[in-house]
Design a binder for this molecule. Sequence first.
Ligand code: 2P0
Length: 355
Amino acid sequence: MAEKPWVRMVTAQTPTNIAVIKYWGKRDETLILPVNDSISVTLDPAHLCTTTTVAVSSSFDQDRMWLNGKEISLSGGRFQNCLREIRARACDVEDEEKGIKIAKKDWEKLHVHIASFNNFPTAAGLASSAAGFACLVFALAKLMNAKEDNSELSAIARQGSGSACRSLFGGFVKWIMGKAEDGRDSLAVQLVDEKHWDELVIIIAVVCSRQKETSSTTGMRDSVETSLLLKHRAKEVVPKRITEMEEAIKTRDFESFAQLTCADSNQFHAVCLDTCPPIFYMNDTSHRIISCVEKWNRSEGTPQVAYTFDAGPNAVLIAHNRKAATQLLQKLLFCFPPSSDTDLNSYVIGDKSIL
Ligand code: 2P0
């Protein structure tokens, strides 16, 4: 008699992360090894996160994936690398409640179905791939009972999308670029947890939620090939900034934190302009937000808010505390009233949080 079909499922939720010292440029495109260290803050899962359910069943005859309800191809190298790496670490599973027993050797033959949802626009410069691959790797690791810790899993998520490795932890996270040619030491570590600096408030001003024109992958490849500023940045600027940023975070020194965050965002966009052909991720509204924050910070004598922009026009604004966040919102609403014809159309407010 044929065995009764069974299914085992795991659901995970992973927030996205925002870099305060940016990753831009790879030294190895396949393994996704960066040209410099980076540091990020992980957001509250309530606002910008991916929820992924992975399932394995004796009745599945191929690996399949759905993103926001639409089936997508799993044939890309990045998905295949993540699946292969997790399968290689799969262990015996014994689910007494459901009466399911999967031996380590069986995982090679079994297929998975993956359903993933983002609660924010995909590919609009809000780091959707970061949350997506981190969540996928984490959920698969739980499904297959892999014993690796989050840093070891981060080196697998990195092979899906570089910035994904930083979403395996909450709080402030550093992606160490590593030295090994095989990428085994290019992984994420938590610098401090989400409670360490919990007075910070992060506001995302969604300037435009359309998909960006130049993907990060293409953009950073062009920058590595053509930008002299990127070479200078990776070698001379970032190593010093990483040390200073770690110190600012450890001591909760908002003035240094804000100065380093804004400078690094501006240099990343300068590298984009220094790329051939030049890449324009920010737009006029982004520039007006920078002017507004710079003017306010200068008038206060000490910074109240840091700004940073990724591969898109949306502003990530990190306020020193709730009072500064309230004042910032008032200023933004004054400069960009809801009825105006600018693109600025919503604010996402969240505290830092944990995976
Ligand atoms: C970052 N970004 O550090 C930087 C800042 C965008 C600007 O990481 O090719 O989607 O998948 O490794 O991770 C975006 O790059 O690129 C990114 P891949 P990814 O957050």
